[in-house]
Design a protein around this ligand. Structure first.
Ligand SMILES: C=C(O[C@@H]1C=C(C(=O)O)C=C[C@H]1O)C(=O)O
Length: 202
């Protein structure tokens, strides 16, 4: 991905006033594609899966700073209007595959066991899944149109306009909460997911 494209992206991609239709996976209509359903509901680390799939895995940090979060995010974190917002692109062999937005309160940022202030371009998942007391909460899913901020990001990255699906869950570890949302992006999401599946089965 060209650095000029990255420089044009405005952090945060998701603004506090922009709603998304997050709903618990077991209480809403899921996409027809069994491939997309499988990744949406997979409780394992997405970083670990992507790392197995490609020769070079990279986290491109779009930004990590304190800011206002959305009410539907605050409800997971104890209604703290302000939190740290981290938005990244997960890239496989130079191509962005996932847009991720994580939000966590000051107490999580201060928690020494999690080292969230020292993440830099190291994957958040590596820190979370290393916690022996890690719990992953119920998975929510949401649908993003080509006109949505994430749909527009997908096109800014040079991919065609398409509808995208994302998942979100609240991780608990070291007595703290981290809400992580991930959206698969790219030219053809099902094709990418099929590649991941075939690599996993290889
Ligand atoms: C939670 C995970 O961490 C991944 C890495 C992220 C980051 O570095 O900001 C964000 C979301 C995840 O895709 C995971 O690997 O499952």
């Amino acid at each position: 991905m060209k650095s000029a494209v990255l420089a044009q992206l405005e952090f945060p991609i998701i603004r506090a006033h922009q709603q998304a239709d997050w709903a618990l996976a077991n209480e809403t209509v899921l996409p027809d594609s069994s491939l997309i359903q499988a990744w949406l509901l997979d409780p394992d680390s997405l970083t670990a899966k992507l790392k197995r799939h490609c020769d070079s895995f990279e986290v491109k940090v779009l930004g990590q700073q304190s800011g206002s979060i959305r009410p539907d995010e605050a409800k997971w974190l104890g209604d703290d209007e302000h939190a740290t917002i981290r938005e990244v692109l997960l890239c496989c062999d130079g191509q962005p595959w996932v847009f991720a937005r994580s939000v966590f309160p000051q107490s999580a940022l201060d928690e020494q066991a999690l080292q969230l202030g020292q993440l830099g371009n190291k994957p958040l998942g590596a820190h979370l899944f290393a916690q022996s007391d890690l719990e992953r909460g119920a998975i929510e899913v949401a649908h993003f149109s080509p006109q949505s901020p994430i749909g527009q990001l997908n096109q800014q990255l040079g991919y065609p306009a398409q509808h995208l699906w994302g998942r979100r869950s609240c991780f608990k570890a070291a007595g703290q909460k981290v809400l992580v949302a991930e959206v698969f992006i790219g030219d053809s999401v099902p094709a990418k997911l099929m590649q991941l599946l075939q690599d996993e089965e290889a």
